[in-house]
Design a protein around this ligand. Structure first.
Ligand SMILES: O=C[C@H](O)[C@H](O)[C@H](O)COP(=O)(O)O
Length: 212
């Protein structure tokens, strides 16, 4: 029986085949992506440059000798590789367990394809079933957004000791089964004070690689 880490490595290695020469690569964040970054040296060519979705991924990319560009320096990216906390068979995801959801959504939005890399524990029928939904919120709106999320049927919990790369806070919404990801992503985004939420429906995965 393979361990979760072995599965992560397997799927991260599989994603290498979607990386082509002479491209700027979009790179997400989290433990699976970390493994992916550390496998990039196995490619028969050197990755020119990358746009990273978190400061941590920026540091890891630099540590393996890859130049990091700011998202403002590119118009679009051919491919974005990232993990997820939950993924459905349609490619809808929840993300943000590492609080990087907003930057991940920005980089995903300028990418032509999104290759999602997960191990089998991330597969769900409905989003919200196994993972509380992260919502990035401007600090002064914490209580107002919490009340609004409660009205939507969720149970928001303030994530302790967590400030995002953008200087904001995270509310993790528990007990929140998401039946219509497209509508719910928009509804939550419309609450004043919400920067973004961890539902990736508009920017869903083009292809999901699952290590079984
Ligand atoms: O903010 C974090 C990201 O959305 C990650 O991509 C997600 O939490 C999955 O991370 P991991 O590969 O560590 O399970």
């Amino acid at each position: 029986m393979k361990t979760q880490n072995q599965l992560k490595e397997e799927v991260a290695r599989k994603a290498l085949q979607y990386v082509k020469p002479n491209q700027v690569l979009g790179v997400g964040s989290g433990s699976t992506v970390n493994i992916f970054i550390n496998l990039l040296h196995e490619l028969p060519f050197k990755v020119e440059a990358a746009v990273a979705a978190s400061k941590e991924s920026e540091r890891t990319l630099r540590s393996v000798g890859i130049k990091v560009l700011d998202a403002n320096e590119v118009e679009s990216l051919d491919v974005y590789i990232d993990g997820a906390d939950e993924v459905t068979s349609e490619g809808f995801m929840t993300k943000g367990g590492g609080a990087a959801l907003t930057r991940e959504k920005i980089v995903a939005s300028i990418s032509k394809s999104f290759i999602c890399i997960v191990d089998k524990s991330k597969k769900v029928e409905n989003l919200g079933t196994t993972f509380a939904l992260p919502v990035e919120v401007i600090p002064m709106a914490r209580e107002a957004v919490s009340r609004a999320l409660k009205k939507l049927g969720g149970n928001p919990v303030f994530r302790e000791n967590c400030i995002t790369d953008n200087g904001n806070i995270i509310l993790d919404v528990r007990d929140f089964i998401i039946k219509d990801p497209i509508a719910m992503e928009q509804t939550i985004n419309n609450i004043p004070g919400v920067v973004s939420n961890g539902i990736f429906a508009q920017n869903k995965a083009t292809l999901t690689l699952v290590a079984e």
